[in-house]
Design a protein around this ligand. Structure first.
Ligand code: OOG
Ligand code: MG
Length: 256
């Protein structure tokens, strides 16, 4: 008998909803990476059934720093809904997360669809705007530990995303300094070059990867390029800011 993908989708969805840590699915079930993406699709369908709307996608493990931190060597992706959007400057409630972390990113807003293999120039031609961003990741797995199949099933740890002011896409963001601060103190310093040498390549990869799963990147979607540095654990009372050279800054706070 095959694995019950619906049951596993319900397990990860309910863990996220109730902010409860669960054992890794792979400890008790055998499933492939393709099946992990099916579990992800089914868990996000449960969000759509509750009224959430798809607003984009996120790339994961597009930098060495992230791969090394989590011990995963493959790029992954996840689906973004409007329910995950945290407004720039908002304060999030720590109690609604299992063990949240934050990482500095860059976001793209698309004005045209993208699918299949594209060049970085073609990818950038579909971009309406770019912005400094922060991703709040929150693995539903105990101790934030997982296999690549586990994390993909868990929507690639996606939990929240924060986007700053949109900027014109007519600038080269291949090598921009990025500084993530906690209460004004730098906690991670990096460069957009850490994201596949240029965040535009993350968009190229996003187009290829979603097409492998029968989707395309849609006009109006936000694409999160992936963390440029390792993620940092959030704690109550912290105020987070990411400044990207030339793009500006974005931030949020945590209750407590
Ligand atoms: C998986 C998600 C990775 C990124 O930007 O690399 C990711 C995780 O680290 O829990 O979002
Ligand atoms: Mg990320």
């Amino acid at each position: 008998m095959g694995v019950d993908l619906d049951k596993l989708a319900k397990t990860v969805d309910e863990a996220a909803r109730s902010a409860t840590a669960i054992p890794q699915l792979s400890e008790s079930e055998n499933f492939s990476l393709d099946e992990a993406y099916e579990i992800q699709a089914k868990s996000i369908q449960r969000r759509f059934d509750r009224g959430e709307v798809r607003v984009g996608m996120k790339m994961g493990f597009t930098s060495r720093a992230k791969m090394v931190q989590m011990g995963v060597d493959d790029m992954i992706w996840g689906r973004l809904t409007d329910g995950m959007l945290v407004e720039d400057g908002d304060v999030i409630d720590f109690a609604q997360y299992v063990h949240p972390r934050v990482e500095p990113e860059v976001a793209f807003l698309l004005k045209a669809p993208l699918e299949g293999p594209v060049t970085p120039i073609q990818a950038m031609a579909a971009v309406e705007a770019m912005a400094p961003a922060l991703e709040i990741i929150d693995s539903r797995y105990k101790d934030f530990k997982f296999s690549v199949e586990d994390v993909v099933a868990d929507n690639s740890s996606s939990s929240g995303f924060v986007v700053g002011n949109w900027c014109q896409p007519d600038q080269d963001i291949a090598n921009r300094g990025m500084v993530m601060e906690f209460n004004g103190r730098p906690v991670q310093i990096g460069s957009s070059a850490a994201i596949l040498g240029n965040p535009a390549r993350s968009l190229v990869t996003a187009s290829r990867m979603v097409t492998e799963h029968g989707e395309r990147l849609e006009a109006g979607w936000i694409v999160m390029a992936g963390g440029a540095t390792a993620a940092e654990a959030l704690s109550p009372g912290v105020s987070v800011r990411n400044t990207v050279e030339g793009l500006g800054k974005v931030g949020f706070g945590v209750t407590g």
